[in-house]
Design a protein around this ligand. Structure first.
Ligand code: ADA
Length: 560
């Protein structure tokens, strides 16, 4: 069915290019017509003719809005727009934002907002450029549009902008009593309040902290607490208030650190039974954005007996981390510094750093997130190492309570696979992508594989995988058959069982098949990367059971 469904001209335009999205296609469609597009949502999946479209779309929406108090401020918040957004309200430009996967907001001037008949216009452009992050080439679909929620947010003149609470670094967790918590509350126009009150009602905590500036330091002890972990994803309501504002959130308390060659979660050694996920949903085949999507994707990860997911290769929508918080799934969250970007450019660095800051600012209270990743498979050379090193420092200074990593590559040498990327010195966990038995040789290469690690740190296999068409059967030597992928996973698992004790886990590539403009092998791929354990229709391939059996075995050992 795969090959008949598509139209011949789409195929031709598609196969004859190595560009991420076909340029001819873009010229052919002038799109002067009007369409109704759902927001949030990508445009590509909303009409067949938009599937390959890369370029500009103008959105327009009318709305009425009545403030609850004339003195309140109003912000217009976008969960994400891929990639560039120019925002106008009632003909006045509110601002511009670049970066396809992170939130941004603009204050709406009083003079602009009306009670009735407002019109919001957003010019969205998802054209890829060499000097953007990500750059032109990626192995995922460049879904365009206002892909996440848009909200009008009304706040008092002096409001609580943000907060951070986490268990103090190095705190002893020997008893569950008197665990020190520290953090801050960021006020916007804070001087009108004398104090900030922090409450955790379920723990009978209510503390007041004097306001001395916009950022108020917080410190208190937890009397008795159930720590957050995959086994006990306990969340507590936190209430923060001033005399003008009040916010409520649900957070978990846990620690994550590297001690010697181990990752410790709440002081206990952690083995990550992970899987990579793209922000794309099977069956409906579109960008994932809502809570149901998050439940579906993370639910499948749970079925695979995972305790961790790597959200590749860009910050996913906020529902993912929120749902992971409540399901008890650890999260690796990444910015789209992918393959080769212009590592010489300070502007490109600034774009990457901004996306890192926006990702961390949004999610720094999510207990599920334990790793910030600053990129994927960036080629080893000095200028790139400096660039990445600076991103690692930026991540640490934005959030010192989590671990920092990046997916590196293997240095394949005759007879030995070396993990010696110079970046290994700077990350907390040395993570790498390996495809022994897919991109070179057969899976039985794993039997004789020798590994050499240049760093005495925990290491993590951030990708491994093989392509398979669901329902295509052959013997295990037949590439693209389910049997080949099954064999691949068997050999990988046997190899993993021989890894040294600083092996901290893996996140194979990938949970579900996903669209990719690079996958041009007409017979086998048709615009899909088929390394999923689940196909585009949501059907499990044979290898799913192999990985699940390994994870079940790992989770029943004393140190899961
Ligand atoms: C790389 C890359 C992934 C994925 C994979 C593949 O490792 O990190 O994005 O595309 O290759 O399938 O080849």
């Amino acid at each position: 069915y795969r090959y008949q469904e598509r139209k011949e001209n789409d195929r031709e335009a598609y196969w004859n290019t190595d560009e991420p999205v076909n340029k001819t296609e873009r010229k052919e469609h002038k799109f002067t017509d009007k369409y109704i597009l759902q927001v949030p949502g990508d445009w590509n999946s909303q009409a067949e003719k938009f599937l390959y479209y890369e370029g500009i779309v103008w959105y327009k929406k009318s709305f009425d809005f009545t403030r609850t108090s004339a003195a309140n401020k109003v912000y217009l918040y976008f969960g994400a727009v891929n990639y560039e957004a120019d925002v106008y309200l009632n003909g006045k430009k509110l601002g511009k934002h670049k970066g396809g996967f992170t939130p941004f907001n603009f204050e709406v001037p009083d003079s602009v907002l009306k009670a009735t008949g407002n019109y919001l216009v957003v010019k969205v452009d998802n054209t890829r450029h060499k000097d953007e992050v990500p750059t032109v080439n990626t192995d995922w679909w460049n879904y365009g549009g206002i892909t996440r929620d848009v909200q009008l947010i009304e706040v008092p003149q002096a409001f609580i902008q943000d907060y951070s609470l986490h268990i103090k670094k190095g705190a002893s967790l020997k008893t569950s009593k008197n665990i020190p918590v520290e953090g801050w509350v960021q006020l916007n126009g804070g001087q009108s309040s004398k104090e900030v009150i922090v409450e955790v009602p379920e723990l009978k905590i209510k503390k007041a902290f004097p306001v001395t500036g916009d950022k108020v330091a917080i410190q208190f002890n937890l009397p008795a607490v159930q720590l957050w972990s995959p086994q006990t994803p306990r969340l507590y309501t936190v209430v923060i208030s001033t005399n003008t504002d009040r916010i409520e959130d649900k957070i978990g308390f846990r620690t994550i650190e590297v001690v010697g060659k181990q990752i410790l979660l709440n002081g206990n050694p952690l083995f990550m039974r992970g899987i990579c996920i793209h922000e794309e949903i099977p069956r409906q085949i579109r960008r994932a954005y809502n809570k149901q999507d998050a439940l579906q994707l993370l639910g499948l990860a749970k079925e695979l007996s995972c305790n961790m997911v790597r959200l590749a290769h860009y910050p996913h929508n906020e529902n993912m981390a929120r749902t992971a918080d409540s399901l008890g799934i650890l999260v690796w969250s990444e910015i789209p510094v992918y393959w080769t970007i212009d590592f010489n450019s300070t502007e490109v660095f600034e774009k990457a750093r901004t996306q890192l800051a926006e990702m961390i600012t949004r999610d720094h209270n999510r207990a599920s997130i334990i790793i910030w990743s600053v990129g994927n498979e960036t080629p080893v050379k000095p200028v790139r190492t400096n660039f990445m090193r600076n991103l690692i420092s930026a991540a640490r200074s934005l959030d010192s309570s989590r671990l920092v990593s990046a997916a590196l590559e293997v240095n394949y040498q005759p007879g030995v696979n070396k993990i010696d990327d110079p970046l290994g010195e700077y990350v907390d966990i040395v993570s790498f992508n390996e495809y022994l038995g897919w991109y070179a040789g057969l899976p039985d290469r794993c039997r004789t594989a020798k590994w050499e690690f240049a760093y005495n740190k925990p290491f993590f296999i951030s990708e491994t995988g093989a392509e398979t068409l669901y329902g295509f059967h052959g013997d295990s030597l037949t590439r693209w058959s389910e049997e080949y992928q099954e064999w691949f996973y068997r050999e990988q698992v046997a190899m993993l069982k021989r890894m040294p004790d600083n092996f901290a886990g893996l996140s194979p590539w990938i949970l579900c098949d996903f669209r990719s403009p690079r996958r041009n092998n007409q017979t086998f791929q048709e615009g899909w990367n088929n390394k999923g354990l689940i196909d585009q229709q949501g059907r499990k391939k044979k290898a799913f059971a192999v990985l699940k059996a390994y994870y079940d075995e790992k989770s029943s050992t004393p140190n899961p």
